[in-house]
Design a protein around this ligand. Structure first.
Ligand code: SF4
Length: 443
């Protein structure tokens, strides 16, 4: 028996294909391969840079689907189904929108794979694939399941190992699909299993892809203590409230944490309230103290902003970029506020009749990547799109790069930090131009 795992691309540029040069390992597919019994052959294809072998014989195609790849995933599914090969779709998007996903596949897998993937394999062996598998969200890779990282060989992924300690987040930001998927629960792996996995994979640069690794501060401190003797460099995603705990900040730095993706979201308190960004609000004083603490601990911060709240204006959007530049963040993402399906933000905009693209921008043939998909209050959708693209370019001019680089406490702190700064800022700068206005899907 043979199973084919697929990671879809987002789509293509208007006049050429899009090859994702900053692609990272699709960890979840390697975990699914690790959950698959040894007598089943598993192959993995990554649509982001290789062509898919539609005509190769296989008994099941499993495609991981995120909102940005849904349109392309459904195209791939159609190709295989035309050839009589059964397709199962899984991931966050089918779980949040099962009725939609079911229209494009023989079977859908809802929830986390760990507790039910063996049943899918057993059913395929009997030629009795069910239309729906419904598994609860939960602890990742329990029972020492190791991802099959051998499947990544030769695919040109960035030299950073992806790993997961926990899933979910205790906060409930209004735009966040994670909070909806995990219902504000936080699931944590056993630390000894994580440590074993780090030792086994051999690299010393790890990206913990946790939704919010700081959702449970106590468990994060416990992880840090175990990481100290391993002498690795690691990064992750964390809420800004880490800065309120001095012991945690010390442990993060000592354990090799070099930075986190942190959701600053907005520089104005009103917008933070709109976003229900509880982690940023207590004692809000324009992040002065938080940024200082991050810098003092040498963190190369990736500041993530969402723009387009009802209080946002063109001026406040430009101010956001200046704030990010002034604070010399190593990286910054200026994301347009997106109505992800099934989130409180989506329901609110729908009720107010402000959704564009019939409310399903992720499938709409006219929608383009990085474009606003709703009517903002204080500008047009096009103005929001253009303002965000403008500040992404401004943040990435050579002068801005040099200014941000010249920070002795972070980007110039060590050779490792210097190399990381240039390797990734150059890559992301290119992506700003390449990805803007991309079409979803290939057709
Ligand atoms: S803190 Fe991050 S992961 Fe948690 S709910 Fe907010 S946006 Fe989602």
């Amino acid at each position: 028996m043979k199973v084919t795992l697929i990671k879809p691309n987002i789509g293509r540029r208007e006049h050429s294909l899009y090859v994702d040069e900053g692609r990272m390992e699709p960890l979840m597919l390697a975990v699914i391969a690790g959950l698959t019994p040894d007598d089943v052959e598993v192959v993995m294809y990554d649509d982001r840079m290789e062509s898919l072998p539609y005509d190769d014989p296989t008994d099941l195609v499993a495609i991981t689907v995120e909102i940005y790849t849904a349109r392309r995933a459904y195209e791939i599914s159609a190709e295989y189904r035309q050839r009589g090969i059964p397709v199962i779709l899984g991931g966050m998007h089918p779980t949040l929108l099962p009725a939609e996903a079911a229209r494009y596949a023989d079977s859908i897998f809802l929830g986390d794979a760990e507790s039910l993937w063996h049943q899918v394999i057993a059913d395929v062996r009997l030629n009795k694939l069910k239309p729906v598998y419904k598994a609860p969200p939960g602890v990742g890779q329990y029972n020492r399941v190791m991802p099959r990282r051998d499947l990544f060989a030769g695919k040109g992924y960035l030299p950073i190992s992806l790993m997961q300690y926990s899933r979910g987040c205790r906060f409930a930001c209004s735009f966040c699909a994670v909070s909806k998927y995990f219902k504000r629960q936080h699931y944590i792996r056993k630390i000894d299993e994580v440590i074993e996995e780090i030792a086994e994979q051999g690299r010393n640069f790890i990206f913990f892809v946790d939704d919010n690794i700081a959702s449970d501060i106590r468990s994060l401190k416990a992880l840090c203590r175990e990481l100290i003797p391993m002498k690795i460099n690691w990064v992750s995603q964390a809420s800004l409230d880490i800065t309120q705990d001095a012991e945690l900040m010390r442990l993060l730095a000592d354990s090799g944490c070099r930075g986190n993706v942190i959701g600053f979201e907005s520089i104005t308190e009103n917008s933070l309230r709109d976003a229900r960004k509880a982690s940023n609000l207590p004692g809000f004083s324009h992040y002065r103290e938080e940024v200082k603490i991050l810098r003092e601990h040498g963190m190369q911060t990736w500041a993530a902003f969402t723009l387009g709240y009802d209080h946002d204006t063109i001026e406040s959007i430009i101010e956001t970029m200046k704030f990010a530049r002034r604070n010399r963040f190593t990286f910054a993402a200026f994301n347009i506020l997106m109505p992800y399906p099934n989130t409180p933000l989506y329901s609110q905009l729908k009720k107010q009749n402000r959704l564009l693209y019939n409310g399903n921008w992720w499938l709409h043939p006219q929608y383009r990547f990085n474009n606003a998909a709703f009517l903002p209050k204080q500008m047009s959708a096009d103005e929001l799109t253009d303002a965000c693209h403008h500040i992404r370019k401004k943040f990435n001019t050579p002068l801005s790069l040099l200014y941000r680089f010249s920070d002795l406490k972070t980007n110039l702190r060590s050779l490792w930090c210097v190399a990381t700064f240039w390797r990734y800022t150059t890559l992301y700068r290119k992506e700003v131009y390449k990805k803007h206005n991309m079409k979803f899907g290939l057709k």
